[in-house]
Design a protein. Structure first.
Length: 290
């Protein structure tokens, strides 16, 4: 009877198994920042379940800060990757879609039972749709360069920080009455619609690439003053930032329309391509030249 398990002797001529190349740290660092932001988002959900809404909101704000720097760190270190982009989108869905929806549900919307939960679901799903659309638009080769100054709809971090405005006001002493739950519900629904809308908003990604030399020191002073205000009066500063951002939405839309009209006028002033000319025009031109 033949041996059922004959010994295996590898062929000496077979190529050696492929080894994975080491990954440079510059590719890992941005993803570590993204994972730290994701940990903050998940922790904020736990804090909301425990009724600790103030640290939960602070965790979301910190996650938004980390989300704002991970992409810039990746570009600075030349460590951008498709893996990092997908990880960032998944983290954004948890941090800015699920976490704010669950925090607001535990804070006020639970008083409305199923209706409140439905609006929380709408906000989370709206954030998922917004992130999916953003990823799809990145692969559009025909997108004009000037459109990089604008987002389509409210960006995910801005939507999460703005939707928490009722909590900021509550922390500043605004009493939570029975009428607060319907107001929070309507406000959250409006922010969800802005997230999935096609309203153009300022991106800020191309701002500050080149700073005039005389503006460096004033920018330092303004930055230090703003950071001091945020640390000393966090919720007052968040209320001011949220309201200020909402005020800039129509300004950004007007600026987008103005630049779109300018691009359309520039395209209309260009000469028609040669292919659109009359086929007999070249023969007439040669006859005139002769």
């Amino acid at each position: 009877m033949d041996d059922l398990f004959p010994p295996f002797a590898p062929d000496a001529n077979e190529p050696r198994p492929r080894r994975f190349k080491p990954v440079p740290f510059r590719m890992i660092a941005p993803n570590m920042i993204t994972l730290m932001a994701l940990c903050l988002g998940l922790t904020s959900i736990r804090l909301a379940f425990e009724g600790k809404f103030e640290p939960a909101v602070i965790a979301i704000v910190a996650a938004a800060f980390l989300d704002g720097i991970d992409g810039r760190v990746a570009r600075m270190l030349k460590g951008t990757s498709r893996f990092g982009a997908e990880l960032d989108s998944l983290a954004d869905f948890v941090n800015f879609g699920c976490a704010p929806a669950l925090i607001l549900y535990g804070f006020a919307l639970k008083e409305l039972r199923s209706v409140g939960w439905i609006v929380a679901l709408i906000f989370a799903i709206a954030m998922a749709l917004r992130l999916a659309r953003f990823n799809a638009m990145l692969d559009d080769p025909n997108r004009p360069a000037w459109k990089k100054d604008f987002f389509v709809g409210m960006p995910a971090p801005a939507g999460a920080l703005t939707v928490l405005l009722p909590l900021y006001l509550h922390f500043l002493g605004l009493p939570l009455e029975r009428w607060a739950a319907p107001v929070v519900l309507g406000y959250m629904l409006c922010i969800a619609l802005l997230v999935v809308s096609t309203v153009p908003t300022f991106s800020g990604k191309t701002v500050g690439k080149r700073v005039p030399r005389e503006a460096v020191l004033p920018i330092f002073l303004v930055g230090v003053a703003g950071f001091g205000l945020l640390i000393s009066f966090p919720f007052e500063a968040m209320v001011a930032l949220s309201l200020g951002y909402l005020v800039t939405l129509p300004i950004g839309a007007a600026q987008y329309r103005r630049r779109a009209r300018a691009e359309a006028r520039a395209a209309a002033s260009l000469p028609a391509p040669d292919d659109d000319r009359d086929p007999g025009s070249s023969e007439r031109d040669r006859a005139v030249d002769s």
